[in-house]
Design a protein around this ligand. Sequence first.
Ligand code: NAP
Length: 349
Amino acid sequence: MKIPVGVLGATGAVGQRFVQLLADHPWFDLAVVAASERSAGKRYGEACSWKLDVPMPAAAQALVVQPAEPGFRCDVVFSALDAAVAGPVEEAFAAAGYAVLSNARNHRMADDVPLLVPEVNPDHTALITAQRQRRGWRGFIATNPNCSTATLVLALAPLERRFGLEAVAVTTLQAISGAGYPGLPSLDILGNVIPFIAGEEEKIERETKKILGRLNGESVTPHPVIVSAQTTRVPVVDGHTASVFVTLGSHPDVEEVCEAFRTYRGVPQERGLPSAPAHPTLLVDQEDRPQPRLDVNLERGMASVVGRVRRCELMGYKFIVLGHNTIRGAAGAALLNAELLHSQGLLAR
Ligand SMILES: NC(=O)c1ccc[n+]([C@@H]2O[C@H](COP(=O)([O-])OP(=O)(O)OC[C@H]3O[C@@H](n4cnc5c(N)ncnc54)[C@H](OP(=O)(O)O)[C@@H]3O)[C@@H](O)[C@H]2O)c1
């Protein structure tokens, strides 16, 4: 029998992705959708302004949107809540015994909350035991990174593991869907680039170090890598691109770097988790790729698509990486986290 799950913030940009990805999930069954008081009490089909290019799943259309408070007929909830409200709502669910898989930034950097990329730091789920003890919760909160960090880290991990990683300079070109719905006014973004996304640079710099960091008893010692980020919003619908420069701990030739990307695999691939991409870092060879419009859905949106790997006079190596911000950067990431936790026997109460 499938595991019933709920989605908090089901009407938003990320919430809709959850609803889409859960529609034919082999392990999970969408039992509850929840959102704000504006939506609660309405049928999902009526409350949600559906923006995906696939039809709204019929089973979801008929669900009545619930208020975002404990009392669901399931034990697992995915959170796509607005960060302005996610903090206390997610804590209330965890205290009431739910496994909370969150996309929101609120708890990511807490010492006892795992910030997971299952191919990179699956051992960090051990923090859940400390979290439950410290907070007296029957449930727990586990998080996935910010959308740009998710894409970046999946491309850094193969290099860090094989060659060591000393410094990263990254500039992102982030899609409009990353700002949620309705997002930015069209007059601000059409034909334009906005060189500021509030809080995003700090998130990339801090979250990367935590994810690549070492589990140390009841907390994570951040990785010593230096990370410097600049973030921009560009008129792309889905898909965050990043221009990345790295200094490694050794001096491999470019082909060895490419081989590290090509061959990288993790626990999700070893265990055959349903949402795992076959190639978490997918290397494309053409000199003008990856491009968001052409490549964002490779590996069902679950890979970091890497291209243009070459030497850099300044830092050693440079490349371009692309990731789907609402799939690998959000809903798909939380689903993979839930699959990892289930495979580790940690999802049930
Ligand atoms: N978009 C991305 O690429 C992305 C990537 C990674 C992480 N995230 C994070 O994921 C979360 C959701 O982002 P989004 O882009 O999907 O935002 P969004 O489109 O603005 O959706 C926000 C959701 O939160 C609900 N909500 C708002 N206020 C609420 C309240 N007081 N009580 C209960 N529900 C409330 C909304 O319900 P109503 O429809 O009823 O208002 C809606 O379902 C955010 O924390 C964001 O930072 C987003």
